[in-house]
Design a protein around this ligand. Structure first.
Ligand SMILES: Cc1ncc(C[n+]2csc(CCOP(=O)(O)OP(=O)(O)O)c2C)c(N)n1
Ligand SMILES: [Mg+2]
Length: 732
């Protein structure tokens, strides 16, 4: 028989604060003991090599059961961490589910055999897929709370809509929902911990942050991670918080603390911080032995505070259960745990053929040809007066801005935020000032048009921007966020690679985070120097699950951004700063529905002698070189602008190379390990017999971009560099 999770009926009994009744005490003990025995069983299975990893929740049970019983699964939202077994059991995850993950079964409901044990996920219970990265989940919780608040204030935005991601992103919300997230005391050292508290505090979000303080981060004691050794003291000055520092081994104290925290959150007063002191009797994980770094006296003191034995003593002391009754309950639970483990051990392993499933959306394919539309003619761009000539050519900056305006009007689930993207955070100023709207003015006028709830400034913290976007997106909203400069994307790298791009695959399709991250990129700026000129797109095309777009002109930028926003996958949208306002590539406003599918290259210049595969700011430079090659040397170069880098248009490359038999791959990013290396390797591999010459690559020097323009020119590929490669290859 499967072990029953705490039923809704049982849970109601815990809703009201007050002293615990005997049946409540028994239910708490049942959950805590169950959690410990699932750990024990997993440890046994690991020793028998039937499972491959084990991390226990031992010592944390009281705190977690207290939290779970104060909250509502399937109503509130949960972003737990890897030790939260008792929390998840008390929310309704079954021991069988847990063992299925431990054995890596194909039927593991949390990840289909992709994640380690204790990496929770359950859509019905609102447990959002967790990673192994300590602390990333906190920013997801913050974004989730923001999305919940947004939907409660704008319920019409939750309506389903066919034709874009909304068809597949169902929305549920409750006005008084709470978002729970937890972490260990060591993980409070991560910057994202502080970034999450920042936004939760500033926006009075209904998030409960639970620090499960067992005194150690693997072998590192608390005072190394936390100056003074107590995180409660350090966070005490954050405004709007409800704070509680408690004995995390006493379930009655814990339950009362979480009830008070939830009441504060549900009343809209702000977030809560519950700091529970607990113990860690089983070392960090089965790969760790705390006898290597903890004194015997310290470990014995911990053992005295073990929440399971303390609760058992209390049941006996208060006459709630006799020794025989406790024995009978434990034996019953032991049997159920053993049966659950046996069921999981008999489960089939995942199919090898299932591996690529859910890397990207299985529902909405952004490469499908039907996305393609013709540009509308003679229409007036949004926000412009009718007197403005509708079909005058516009810059890439203009047409990106126009796309954002159009899409925000069409889709109320879109929010835009980032550093400096608002017109003015202090709204009072808006009556007398023009507004900032981004350091490159790409988001100008959006706040004025759609209000501060939909367009706002983030703190100066890139992980905060992307981490919150994950939380927004899992709730069905469409964050279209900005990283101010590519050069500063790195603090968000962890969130981009380990969270945003991975959410769908690691949860076997249960969750997804289809956000758009717009990123100004690139050099050729004259004076941009090292920290305002970087490229580095291949680092991101190397991330499965992420779509990577890199347009070279205004029309493509407009049509591809629209596809990105309507897409069901996360998209990294690179905008070349040098191209924002260039004369090259301007185009009339193409109307509010112009879209270009991903993975479709454009032949910018047809030719028969050499294929030149490129993208971004190298496109106009390649064109110059090709024109000169034609004029002065009679060489006819075909230029392919890839437009999207992941996916990319292999068919277009292959068709052209089969025709010309000579190919150059050119990009602005550094040559070595660059994007061109992959394309060149694939051409060599699959088109070898079509080639008459080696595949040539052009990229910048393997350095960063220097400030002095003479150096910058020499570092980055120029039309002359390209022309020389064209001539050499023709002569080969
Ligand atoms: C970002 C990140 N860095 C390092 C690790 C490796 N690691 C896993 S758990 C852990 C210690 C965490 O300690 P604490 O936050 O106190 O939680 P506890 O394990 O004690 O419950 C470390 C360093 C990780 N998972 N993620
Ligand atoms: Mg710890």
């Amino acid at each position: 028989m499967e072990v029953a999770p705490s039923s809704a009926l049982e849970r109601e009994k815990f809703a009201a604060p007050g002293a615990l009744s005997p049946p409540q005490m028994v239910e708490i003990y049942r959950l805590m003991y169950l959690s410990r025995r699932v750990d024990d069983r997993e440890i046994l299975l690991k020793r028998l090599q039937k499972i491959f990893f084990q991390v226990s929740g031992a010592g944390h049970e009281a705190l977690q059961v207290g939290a779970a019983l104060a909250l509502k699964p399937g109503y509130d939202w949960f972003f737990p961490y890897y030790r939260d077994r008792a929390l998840c059991l008390a929310l309704g995850v079954t021991p069988t589910d847990m063992f299925l993950q431990a054995v890596g079964a194909g039927t593991d409901p949390a990840s289909g055999g992709r994640q380690m044990p204790t990496h929770w996920s359950s859509r019905p219970l609102h447990i959002v897929s967790t990673s192994s990265s300590t602390t990333t989940q906190l920013l997801h919780a913050v974004g989730c709370a923001e999305a919940g608040r947004y939907f409660s204030r704008h319920p019409e935005a939750a309506a389903k809509s066919e034709g874009d991601y909304r068809a597949f992103r169902d929305v549920e919300f409750h006005g008084d929902e709470v978002v729970f997230t937890s972490l260990g005391e060591g993980s409070t050292s991560q910057g994202e911990f502080w970034e999450a508290l920042n936004t939760a505090s500033n926006q009075r979000l209904p998030v409960i942050f639970c620090v499960e303080d067992n005194g150690y981060a693997i072998s590192v004691p608390v005072e190394v991670n936390t100056p003074g050794g107590n995180i409660s003291r350090l966070v005490a000055n954050f405004p709007n918080f409800h704070f509680a520092e408690i004995d995390g081994t006493d379930p009655e104290v814990c339950l009362a603390a979480f009830q008070a925290a939830a009441a504060h959150c549900r009343a809209g007063l702000g977030p809560a911080f519950v700091h529970g002191h607990c113990v860690r009797p089983y070392s960090h994980s089965l790969s760790d032995d705390d006898r290597l770094y903890r004194s015997a006296a310290e470990r014995e003191a911990d053992a005295m505070r073990d929440p399971i034995s303390k609760m058992q003593m209390r049941l006996l002391r208060e006459g709630v259960l006799s020794a025989d009754e406790i024995n009978a309950l434990e034996q019953q639970l032991d049997r159920e745990v053993a049966e659950a483990a046996d069921r999981a051990l008999a489960a089939p392993v995942p199919e090898i053929g299932s591996i690529p499933r859910h890397v990207y959306s299985e529902d909405l394919n952004p490469t499908r040809a039907s996305i393609e539309t013709e540009p509308a003619r003679g229409v007036i761009p949004p926000g412009k007066a009718a007197s403005v000539k509708g079909n005058a050519p516009r810059t890439m900056a203009d047409l990106i801005n126009a796309c954002l305006l159009d899409e925000m009007r069409r889709d109320p689930r879109i929010v835009v935020y980032g550093e400096d993207v608002a017109d003015a955070s202090r709204e009072d100023a808006l009556s007398e000032v023009k507004g900032k709207g981004g350091v490159f003015k790409l988001t100008a006028g959006l706040q004025t048009a759609f209000g501060s709830e939909r367009v706002f400034n983030s703190p100066l913290a890139e992980a905060n921007i992307v981490g919150r976007a994950v939380g927004y997106a899992v709730r069905g909203m469409k964050p279209v966020v900005e990283i101010q400069f590519f050069d500063y994307i790195w603090p968000a790298m962890h969130q981009l690679r380990n969270e945003l791009a991975l959410m769908r695959w690691r949860s076997n399709g249960e969750w997804a985070a289809p956000a758009v991250v717009r990123v100004p990129i690139g050099g050729y700026l004259t004076g941009g120097a090292i920290y305002h000129s970087q490229c580095g797109e291949s680092i991101f095309t190397h991330i499965p699950g992420l779509r990577v777009v890199f347009p070279s002109n205004a029309l493509d930028a407009n049509g591809l951004l629209r596809t990105a926003i309507r897409c069901d996958d996360p998209v990294l949208f690179f905008e070349h700063k040098r191209l924002y306002r260039e004369g090259y590539g301007r185009a009339p406003y193409p109307g509010p529905d112009f879209a270009i599918p991903f993975g479709k290259a454009k032949i910018v210049r047809p030719g028969s002698h050499i294929t030149l595969v490129t993208y971004g700011a190298v496109v106009p430079r390649a064109l110059q070189a090709a024109e000169k090659a034609h004029r002065e040397h009679g060489i006819d170069v075909e230029i392919l602008d890839l437009r999207t880098l992941s996916p990319y248009d292999w068919e277009a490359i292959a068709t052209s190379v089969r025709k010309t038999s000579r190919v150059i791959v050119a990009h602005e990013d550094m040559l070595s390990w660059g994007y061109g290396a992959e394309i060149a390797a694939r051409i060599g591999d699959e088109l070898f017999s079509d080639l008459d010459a080696p595949v040539r690559r052009i990229g910048s020097m393997d350095t960063f971009v220097a400030y002095q323009p003479v150096l910058e020119d020499a570092i980055l590929p120029q039309p002359e560099t390209i022309l020389k490669a064209i001539r050499d290859l023709r002569a080969y």
